[in-house]
Write a protein that binds this ligand. Structure first.
Ligand code: 5GP
Ligand code: MG
Length: 195
């Protein structure tokens, strides 16, 4: 698995430092009030579980799973595969946590969906941010690291379902996704799976 990585972009030590910083920002924002961390499955599960353990104030945890489809020009349609119950959303302050903010479709659609269902406040926190790839205007409230326009895996991020368990973030060797048929033919896939 490690042989498939061309370059390590963020080591375990760098990741810990990045998360510590974001955890402090989040703690500051929510201190004294109730909030719920909503982990966007599957990609954010590793980040979310490390993040919540560095936030020393009360919080609840929920999960959402969605896929966003777009043709590169319009804001994509969001298909909700799994959504928290009304009780977990209505009147609550929510912090959506995702692995990577790319075109911005998944996050902005999810923010809209949670607002529609009566959330009192919806903010976002992403592990990685690719600002150069945005298809619509969206800025995360918190983010750990910025990355260039390249396909990355590890620390929750997958390629064709694999590599999520790498403890670091790396760029995949181009040969890996060039030989497969289901890979990111370009870094701007017409269909973006929101996991
Ligand atoms: P967006 O809706 O912002 O375009 O899509 C975000 C989703 O696309 C992420 O949650 C992730 O599932 C996927 N994605 C975008 N860029 C990358 C990348 O470099 N590596 C991996 N593994 N997934 C990515
Ligand atoms: Mg995702």
């Amino acid at each position: 698995m490690n042989d498939d990585i061309q370059e390590i972009l963020f080591t375990e030590e760098q990741i810990v430092a990045g998360i510590d910083q974001v955890a402090a920002e989040v703690t500051e924002h929510y201190r004294g009030s109730k909030f719920t961390v909503v982990s966007v499955l599957k990609g954010s599960c590793v980040f979310a579980s490390d993040l919540i353990r560095r936030i020393p104030i009360p919080l609840e945890l929920a999960f959402v799973s969605a896929s966003s489809y777009g043709d590169g020009t319009v804001s994509g349609r969001l298909e909700l595969n799994f959504f928290p119950s009304d009780q977990e959303v209505s009147g609550r302050r929510l912090l959506l946590v995702d692995d990577i903010l790319d075109t911005g479709r998944t996050m902005s659609s999810l923010v809209g969906a949670f607002r529609e269902r009566g959330a009192a406040e919806v903010r976002s926190c992403v592990f990685l941010d690719k600002p150069g790839r945005r298809a619509l205007e969206y800025t995360a409230d918190h983010r750990c690291f910025e990355v260039d326009d390249q396909f990355v895996v590890g620390y929750g991020l997958d390629y064709a379902g694999e590599y999520r368990n790498l403890p670091f973030v790396g760029a995949l060797r181009p040969e890996i996704y060039q030989q497969g048929s289901s890979g990111p033919e370009t870094v701007s896939p017409a269909k973006t799976l929101g996991d």
